[in-house]
Ligand binder design. Structure first.
Ligand SMILES: *Cc1c(COP(=O)(O)O)cnc(C)c1O
Length: 424
């Protein structure tokens, strides 16, 4: 591969062309393994950023894609409709127990967040709630890289500083502190309650990632937050948006993370794993009162809205998921990751380890250098890409036990090797 061209001309996510990061040339992927150009195989601990829940080169998904390509790869969704969109729409509503009623298909997670924010705003304006102009969220959130999404990302670690002149000012309260599984006390929500009480007249919606804050710390928090926020939103007439772009489709041990709490948002954003990692697609689902609560057209409509290839592969991915005992598969991963990451606690650089669903996290005391760790993991035959002070894995659900063990052992070995070398 012409890596010199890549280095000189291609941006990778969050990189600087004047100081390009190291990249590894990958030629194919199958099951839970990525194959590099030099023939090395890596066990994939990342599911390509939450997406490839069934692994790679999945016969059922390949078939769905080929069948649909032979039929119709794409057609505009303006004044036309098609079976792949209708079928996927039905599946998405059913997966949400019909508590959500309408579906807007978009083409990436960030765009889903934009559409959700606009949907909430248009609903409020249709009700003549003209003072409403802000969103309320937790710190340490991540919702995407477009302007609306950025404006509700963490104000310190997000992109607020760089784009402060261009970003709308929304309201932030401290990120949830009560961990999943810890004992709940009602004062955890004092700041949230005070803020919504004081500002509800100008608030369009509350938006956050339920149960797992992803990029903002791989933090698992108590479901009671969702229940109490839902109650407060209802009391003050503020809409509730859940961003499940990362957590959706089983990753946290429930089909959707909000199901840990048994509350339903007004608007739900889905993406990442929706197509099993095959294509880019996202969806915004809303309750009936939102969809029917606008007197004007909803002003959003991506060119590739409801792309038939993406819808067809998403349908096949959902079928694959629900036709097996994915609950048990994910629970098994949760337990194995928890048990086998414990060894890391004996390393002084490690602060804590945790797992929820098919997510395993080793939190370090200090930030780690991503490139150094990635290279060391490749040497171990695994694909793991840490950020900040977090070394984490979210494997495809199908990963066999011995490969999970290899991931966990590699994490231990690499941390030990790198941190002990630093100190010697
Ligand atoms: C990845 C992510 C997004 C953005 O999705 P893109 O497809 O990258 O635009 C938004 N919200 C959450 C919680 C995410 O994890």
């Amino acid at each position: 591969m012409d890596l010199a061209f890549d280095k000189k001309h291609l941006w990778h996510p969050y990189t600087n062309l004047s100081d390009p990061a190291v990249v590894f040339p990958v030629v194919s992927a199958d099951g839970v393994r990525l194959k590099l150009e030099d023939g090395r195989e890596l066990i994939d601990g990342m599911s390509s950023w939450w997406a490839c829940i069934h692994g790679y080169n999945v016969p059922e998904l390949n078939q769905a894609l080929q069948d649909q390509a032979a039929q119709m790869s794409h057609v505009m969704f303006g004044s036309l409709t098609h079976e792949p969109a209708i079928r996927l729409g039905k599946q998405l509503l059913a997966l949400n127990d019909d508590a959500l009623n309408q579906v807007f298909f978009a083409d990436s997670g960030s765009v889903a967040v934009e559409a959700a924010m606009k949907m909430a705003a248009q609903y409020c304006y249709a009700k003549n709630q003209n003072k409403k102009k802000r969103f309320l969220t937790f710190t340490k959130g991540y919702h995407g890289d477009t302007f609306g999404a950025m404006s509700v990302c963490d104000p310190v670690n997000g992109m607020h500083t760089m784009f402060s002149k261009l970003i709308n000012k929304h309201l932030f309260v401290d990120a949830p502190i009560c961990a999943y599984g810890e004992e709940w006390q009602d004062d955890y929500l004092l700041e949230f309650e005070q803020t919504i009480t004081e500002h509800h007249e100008e608030l369009i919606a509350v938006i956050f990632e339920p149960i797992v804050q992803g990029v903002g710390g791989m933090w698992f928090y108590h479901p009671e937050y969702l229940r109490q926020v839902r109650t407060l939103c209802d009391r003050y007439g503020v809409l509730l948006i859940f961003d499940e772009i990362a957590t959706g489709f089983g990753r946290t041990g429930e089909m959707f993370a909000y199901q840990h709490a048994g509350v339903v948002p007004d608007i739900l954003c889905l993406g990442k794993a929706i197509t099993g990692g095959y294509m880019t697609l996202s969806a915004v689902l809303c309750q009936e009162h939102i969809g029917h609560g606008m007197d004007n057209n909803f002003m959003h409509g991506p060119t590739f809205m409801a792309n038939p290839l993406a819808c067809a592969v998403a349908s096949a991915s959902i079928d694959l998921l629900i036709n097996k005992d994915w609950h048990a598969e994910v629970k098994h991963l949760e337990n194995q990751l928890f048990d086998e990451l414990q060894a890391c606690l004996s390393l002084s650089a490690v602060k804590t380890v945790r797992s929820l669903g098919a997510i395993g996290v080793v939190e370090m005391h200090d930030r780690v250098d991503t490139d150094t760790y990635v290279a060391a993991f490749v040497e171990q035959g695994v694909w793991i890409r840490p950020f900040s002070n977090l070394i984490y894995v979210m494997p495809p659900y199908i990963m066999p036990g011995e490969d999970v063990s290899h991931l966990c052992q590699s994490i231990y070995t690499v941390i030990k090797h790198i941190t002990e070398e630093l100190h010697s």
